[in-house]
Design a protein around this ligand. Sequence first.
Ligand SMILES: Cc1cc2nc3c(=O)[nH]c(=O)nc-3n(C[C@H](O)[C@H](O)[C@H](O)COP(=O)(O)O)c2cc1C
Length: 305
Amino acid sequence: MGRLTVDLAGVTLDNPVMPASGTAAYGQQMAQQLDLGALGGLVIKSTTAEAKVGNPRPTTAPTTAGWLNAIGLKNPGIDVVLSEKLPWLATHYPNLPIVGSVAGNTFDEYVAVAAKMATAPNVKLLEINISCPNVEKGGLAFGTDPAMVENLTREIVMAVDKPVFMKLTPNVTDIVPIAAAAEAGGASGLTMINTLTGMGIDLKTRQPILAHGTGGLSGKAIHPLAVRMIHDVRQQTKLPIIGVGGVFTPEDVLEFYLAGANAVEVGAATYGQPTACTDIIAGLPAAMDKYGIESLQDLIAEVQG
Ligand SMILES: Cc1cc2nc3c(=O)[nH]c(=O)nc-3n(C[C@H](O)[C@H](O)[C@H](O)COP(=O)(O)O)c2cc1C
């Protein structure tokens, strides 16, 4: 095992860094910027049953310390992902573990998409994006209600034979009971956090800077929030946690480990720096040397016992 090797619910990653869902689409464009084979894994864009065209533009806007986005789950639908996107990744990067991100607006949609996604041989883990509104419950986001999270997790876990990571939304009063609900439902792990709902207003037009009005805040501003939430959840679970939120440097990665993470995802950092993921991976050994960390496995053992 190398210094950077980590295990996520039985899936071995050569290093802990993966592009976050929605920030690398299905890898084709990112492959022109960096060697996808050097990544720990790749989290694909959240995929729904049918294709979605997304929200009207502008869908992204910079803010003081992060990005607002309201892309609206633009994706080609699970059948195209299975017939084109995942096979392309398998052909060009046969050893790259893919995390299949699943989204939906009903229980049935989540379960159906997850079951299909799990059939792809290169999908090693499923990540369930539960920030979506439940249309059968008046649009309440799945991830904000512990009972919904537990039931959804259980149904998905029963339908697939691969590890299921529930990706938690931070837009709740307390994320700890939501994490506990995912664990009670049988999740193999947790990914945290998704974006925080925010808004910006243009003084000239007096209109929101995103056509959608509100959007999800990502980037540097949310990193301390993610650290705090991972830390709080780690106090009550042994499940592996994939940390995500404002990771820009190897030091940010190590900070997530100290909070209780087992791997990390990088999103907004790739906008200013397309090679952010591989730069962070390349910089990790020196940062570990500086802080006296022999291997990530050692660090996990030290922090998580
Ligand atoms: C443009 C954009 C699109 C995103 N799309 C998704 C998505 O489809 N599914 C999902 O679970 N998260 C999505 N996210 C959230 C990211 O995966 C990540 O949780 C969040 O951006 C925090 O990480 P960061 O600060 O490193 O960007 C998206 C984020 C951005 C910026």
